[in-house]
Design a protein around this ligand. Structure first.
Ligand code: C5P
Length: 232
């Protein structure tokens, strides 16, 4: 469940309401930049699992430092952009391992963002990139495995190909999830919650269909009902 809200108070209130339904809360840039790192600790103190979605992307040394700093906040998952390259991914994974060992805390999983779910094939070509999005996503996922990462963020459309290429243990997180009753917004490569789970997603990320609903708990409940009994 993506806590894409602008204050810590709103995030904690939503978390209290949705805790019975949400397996994990995602703290993204909007919330982190407005509320600061304490929001991660506060959610953890409430017993929530946290995916800290800051999509780190810089030179290896800078990303390693940032990864070390956010490991100290105690998230369960953090992420970096695969587009930062193998050196950057390796540095992030090593920094997280070292910092978790040094602080004697559980190591967060480190996953790589492949191609954003808001990008479709036409946009990909407009960006000057030839080739199919799914081929990039699969080869970047294989690169993430080689660099010692635990998984990737990708669209539901690529989940089954990644599962086949990277194995059963690889973590696949899919945003771009839209129940049949909600609008797509800016997301392009989308699937329903059951479609994403059946395709092999380990976790699905849902934001606006829940946060934008007049009844967030009811919306989350409907999604849970939909995915109950799905393979994955
Ligand atoms: O509101 P919506 O369900 O579209 O939210 C999706 C969430 O997943 C957002 O917080 C967005 O930042 C995040 N995300 C994404 N695509 C990625 C990685 C993360 O949409 N590739």
């Amino acid at each position: 469940m993506a806590l894409d809200v602008s204050t810590g108070e709103k995030a904690l209130e939503l978390a209290d309401r949705l805790k019975p339904c949400a397996g994990m809360f995602k703290v993204g840039m909007e919330l982190f930049y407005s509320a600061g790192g304490d929001i991660v600790k506060e959610l953890k103190n409430k017993g929530c699992r946290v995916f800290l979605d800051l999509k780190l992307h810089d030179i290896p040394n800078t990303v390693a430092g940032a990864a070390r700093a956010i490991t100290g906040l105690g998230p369960d998952i953090i992420n970096v952009h695969a587009a930062g390259g193998p050196g950057m991914m390796r540095s992030a994974a090593e920094a997280v391992r070292d910092e978790a060992e040094r602080k004697k805390i559980a190591r967060p999983l480190v996953i790589a963002v492949t191609v954003l779910t808001s990008i479709d094939q036409k946009t990909f070509h407009e960006m000057g990139i030839n080739g199919k999005i799914e081929d990039f996503v699969v080869s970047w996922s294989e690169m993430a495995v080689e660099c010692g990462l635990d998984g990737v963020v990708a669209s539901p459309a690529e989940a089954s190909m990644i599962r086949k290429a990277c194995g059963d243990k690889f973590v696949i997180v899919t945003p771009g999830v839209r129940p049949a009753w909600s609008g797509a917004g800016d997301q392009k490569r989308i699937a329903t919650p059951s479609g994403a789970i059946s395709a092999g997603a380990t976790y699905i990320v849902v934001g606006r269909p829940i946060t934008g609903s007049a009844d967030p708990l009811g919306a989350a409940g409907k999604i849970i009902e939909e995915i109950k009994g799905c393979a994955g």
